[in-house]
Design a protein around this ligand. Structure first.
Ligand code: NAD
Length: 260
């Protein structure tokens, strides 16, 4: 039997990048991923891609910072499937500026998508997981959950914050057999990273190649980007854990950039 047979997992931001890979891999292992994304057309395209490969998937329009959209989307999933086994809180954005120039609106927008989004989706899913006395939540952290970089004040702040939220969910969820973990990737070539390469080059007055070599990959052991596959491996490992042994833990997946 496949590892996630008959299980249903909501993955936010799964229309692109890391979330999309997690959805593809979850479906390949027997699960039904719910592609919950701001971009409904892209979410539907991902769901169709999965169905084209013989899996099941469901696309839901969800802005993770809109409480009604989150509870509405989660209700839609419950009405259709009657269960939520997994939440991967993955939707996120990046905005880079030196702290001294960081627009307050951008600070609030970034914190909101990463932290309010994680809070609202967790709250909506926990209700159903508690009733079922079973569930797993995986937060998409970052090496920036452990480490800082220049130009990324709200991102580093938010990603550190997710580690705290995870630990609370691990404690409160334990009696309901709900586990929580954080996966913390290094740089992964997705649209989120492709956008910041020229932005960082501009802010730091260096070339795009230098951004990749000296900022993004300098401290890895092999000069390689972390892949979406590397990240999906870790997420699905936590999603499939059989006991509470690892609840509350975070894992860094960064080709040796950050070792804890
Ligand atoms: P991406 O830009 O490829 O995908 C992000 C997805 O999130 C998009 O489909 C977008 O539509 C969706 N999204 C954005 N705002 C949303 C909202 N308000 N509600 C619902 N969906 C929304 O980015 P990615 O690189 O795959 O990033 C996914 C997660 O991984 C983020 O949390 C990011 O911080 C984290 N991460 C990325 C890297 C990296 O190097 N790419 C490294 C560490 C952590």
């Amino acid at each position: 039997m496949a590892r996630f047979d008959k299980q249903v997992g909501i993955i936010t931001g799964a229309a692109s990048g890391i979330g999309k890979e997690i959805a593809l891999r979850y479906a390949a292992d027997g699960g039904t991923p719910v592609i919950a994304d701001l971009n409904l057309d892209a979410a539907r395209a991902t769901a169709e891609e999965i169905k084209g490969k013989g899996g099941d998937a469901f696309a839901v329009a969800m802005n993770v910072i809109d409480e009604d959209a989150v509870t509405g989307g989660v209700d839609e999933v419950m009405n259709k499937y009657g269960r939520i086994d997994l939440l991967v809180s993955n939707a996120g954005i990046q905005i880079v500026h030196p702290l001294v120039d960081f627009p307050y609106a951008d600070w609030k927008k970034l914190l909101s998508i990463h932290l309010d989004g994680a809070f609202l989706t967790t709250k909506a899913c926990l209700k159903h997981m508690y009733a079922a006395k079973s569930g797993a939540i995986v937060y998409m952290g970052s090496v920036h959950s452990k480490e800082a970089s220049r130009l990324k004040a709200p991102y580093v702040t938010a990603k550190h914050g997710l580690v705290g939220l995870c630990k609370v969910v691990a404690k409160e969820g334990a009696e309901f057999h709900v586990r929580a973990n954080v996966v913390c990737p290094g740089f992964v070539r997705t649209p989120l990273v492709d956008k910041q390469i020229p932005e960082q080059a501009r802010e730091l007055h260096i070339s795009e190649e230098q951004v990749i070599k000296t900022i993004m990959l300098n401290d890895t052991v092999d000069g390689e980007f972390t892949t979406t596959d590397d990240v999906a491996d870790c997420v699905l490992f936590f999603a499939g854990a059989k006991t509470n042994a690892l609840t509350g833990q975070s894992i860094v997946v960064s080709h040796g950039w950050f070792m804890q």
